[in-house]
Write a protein of this length. Structure first.
Length: 269
């Protein structure tokens, strides 16, 4: 919730020239999130309610200007997210879009925001490119973990985890960025990625991917995804007959931790 509270104050900082043109004399914030898919459980309705609570903590005003919170489901599809953002900016007089769990959706919305000179407050998207090659300092703020940070943490933990790695990665921009970021730090610290497989967003059965991971004989299997995908991957790992010499590292949107089937643990599997 603190991230959303900070976001409210940032709107006036990001677009000072537009301050006099706030929608109908109020600050209108759109929470664009996943309300029906794999990221609903760690964002979704919770993000919408957090924004409302944050507005209430501000007295529902910023510098005397009333705050209104609206929300929509981007369905984890960049084209749908971009269409909603365009409608919000052009027709519904929304001043800023926040949350944006799913980096691919975040990038699509950011392009619309740059065109319309609106604010994007990234509190759920995790690609490091938001502060790298896609950085838009006049339009966006990134208040959250990113793929560089998670990769750096994995690199530091390499001596405790293992030297050879296999990735099971969500096949979209955040998953690929997370694998790339972790790989850079794994190799920098003397490790090696011996293989990888990508899965579609919203996968329920990870059995075939786990079999490929086991066949690689990697010391560490890294699950580079988040939300329901991470939950389903861990469930499959717990159910699999994994060799006890292997470690399982879950790299989701909020943390990287060591785990093992049949139960999450910091011990060797």
């Amino acid at each position: 919730m603190r991230l959303v509270v900070c976001s409210l104050a940032a709107i006036l900082l990001l677009a000072p020239a537009a301050r006099a043109e706030m929608s109908g004399g109020k600050v209108k914030i759109g929470v664009l999130t996943d309300l029906s898919g794999p990221y609903e459980q760690n964002s979704g309705v919770g993000s919408v309610e957090a924004a409302k609570i944050a507005a209430d903590e501000f007295g529902n005003k910023v510098n005397g200007v009333p705050i209104e919170i609206v929300s929509a489901d981007h369905q984890n599809k960049p084209d749908i997210g971009a269409a909603i953002a365009r409608r919000w900016f052009d027709l519904d007089q929304v001043d800023a879009v926040t949350d944006l769990v799913n980096s691919a959706v975040g990038f699509a919305v950011l392009e619309i925001a740059k065109t319309d000179n609106k604010a994007v407050l990234l509190t759920s998207a995790g690609s490091a490119d938001f502060t790298g090659k896609a950085c838009a300092p006049n339009n966006s703020v990134h208040w959250v973990y990113d793929s560089y940070q998670i990769g750096a943490a994995i690199g530091q933990a390499l001596p405790q985890l293992g030297k050879t790695w296999f990735f099971i990665t969500a096949d979209y921009v955040f998953g690929r960025a997370l694998q790339d970021g972790a790989t850079a730090f794994i190799e920098k610290n003397g490790g090696k990625v011996v293989g990888a497989v990508r899965h579609p967003l919203g996968t329920s059965d990870f059995s075939s991917f786990m079999l490929q991971a086991q066949a690689s004989k990697a010391e560490v299997v890294a699950v580079a995804n988040g939300g329901d995908d991470a939950i389903n991957a861990v469930k499959t790992a717990r159910e699999s007959a994994s060799p006890r010499s292997r470690r399982w590292c879950r790299s989701d949107s909020t943390r990287c931790r060591q785990s093992r089937p049949p139960a999450c643990s910091s011990r060797r599997a």
